[in-house]
Design a protein around this ligand. Structure first.
Ligand SMILES: [Zn+2]
Length: 380
């Protein structure tokens, strides 16, 4: 392929998609070069021969080893990444909720070439890549504030609809900090895109759709002042209940995992940070995803979290003892069908992380901590 010099990087990226391994990219500065080439008087060099260096557009995620303490929340993050489960973190301000969300893309499976091309196109179309040679080869993390407009989040605007933050978060992480502060209408508007993985925008000019498959990571304080559970909390019981109820309903239904973050102990505050923790976690996540790829081969199911209701029995593969434990939890907590399904899916992901073919009692017990041990979990 002969291209104008300066565009070779973009072309090479498009050719990175499968099926173009034999293609070369030949940048030329002048038309005369092309003519000389076809007359056999001039040789062109394949820009891909020497390897093309792309500049990464997405910042590298911080290492999990830099996050002090919060072992339970880190475990929840790994389960989330391994099974594609959405995650809610509840805890006082300044205890690492945002840092955990920022670290999440670093443990999600590495992107395939076709996914990198797609993400680069999306971010380019949104005007996020100013220079030639910038590419998106890491999973994005988009953090949205509760004051952001519905158009900025979902997409839209006057004229040709533009993709919103949920599309920029495609194949990455969408972080909703202070989720209890979001307008109810905004959270309602997120419900369908989360469910479908695609957002439909209708305008006078016509309908458009943009992809938006992301892992939702949300964070909230346990109460308006942020310190419920400690003597510092100044909120009344009614205030706390009212605050927590803001999140009830449709969005909570799409969050499989809940975890509480506690204030760090003095020892934890002084603990040294480690390097390379994220890459070890990612390796474990990728092994768990391989098991899921085998399980769902020939189906449209990408990972455990997307297991369709009513088919839990087909895919979860409980051992006899595992099923006994599961039935016990369901009976003692009088779980709804929805919560029961959620528990089974999370237990399946924990078993995949443990490289276990069957779901055993410890997997169910650990899942219980994150699925129904949550502060906000009602009888839904
Ligand atoms: Zn409070």
């Amino acid at each position: 392929m002969i291209v104008p010099a300066g565009n070779e990087k973009e072309c090479a990226l498009i050719l990175a998609k499968g099926g173009h391994e034999g293609c070369g990219v030949f940048p030329v500065g002048k038309l005369e070069e092309v003519i000389a080439f076809f007359r056999g008087q001039h040789r062109l060099t394949d820009a891909r021969k020497n390897g093309i260096k792309f500049e990464e557009a997405v910042e590298k995620a911080p290492d999990f080893g830099r996050i002090k303490g919060q072992a339970l929340a880190k475990r929840a993050a790994m389960i989330s990444a391994a099974g594609g489960h959405n995650l809610l973190m509840i805890g006082p301000p300044g205890e690492g909720k945002s840092m955990l969300a920022k670290a999440m893309p670093g443990i999600l499976p590495r992107l395939r070439d076709a996914e990198k091309v797609l993400l680069t196109r999306i971010h380019s179309a949104c005007g996020k890549l100013e220079r030639d040679g910038l590419a998106v080869t890491r999973r994005p993390m988009r953090s949205i504030h509760h004051t952001a407009s519905k158009n900025a989040i979902i997409g839209g605007g006057s004229g040709v609809p533009r993709p919103g933050e949920i599309t920029l978060a495609h194949l990455g992480v969408l972080f909703l900090d202070e989720i209890a502060e979001f307008q109810r209408a905004t959270l309602e508007a997120l419900r369908q895109p989360i469910e479908d993985g695609v957002v439909h925008l209708t305008r006078v000019q016509g309908a458009m759709q943009f992809p938006c498959k992301f892992t939702l990571v949300a964070a909230m304080n346990p109460c308006p002042c942020g310190y419920a559970g400690s003597e510092n909390c100044r909120c009344s019981k009614a205030d706390v209940e009212k605050y927590q109820q803001r999140l009830s309903g449709p969005i909570l239904d799409r969050i499989d995992l809940q975890v509480e973050l506690k204030p760090l102990t003095v020892d934890e505050r002084f603990a040294a940070s480690e390097e390379g923790v994220s890459s070890r976690m990612r390796a474990q996540v990728e092994r768990a995803r391989d098991r899921q790829d085998q399980r769902y081969e020939g189906t449209q199911i990408p990972f455990n979290a997307a297991m369709p209701g009513g088919h839990i029995g087909d895919y979860c593969q409980f051992s006899a003892a595992g099923l006994e434990t599961f039935r016990g939890v369901v009976a003692s907590r009088t779980l709804s069908t929805r919560s029961m399904d959620r528990l089974a899916k999370v237990a399946r992901t924990i078993a995949d992380l443990g490289e276990s073919a069957a779901v055993e009692p410890p997997h169910v017990q650990e899942a219980t901590t994150f699925v129904i041990g949550g502060v906000l979990r009602d009888s839904s």
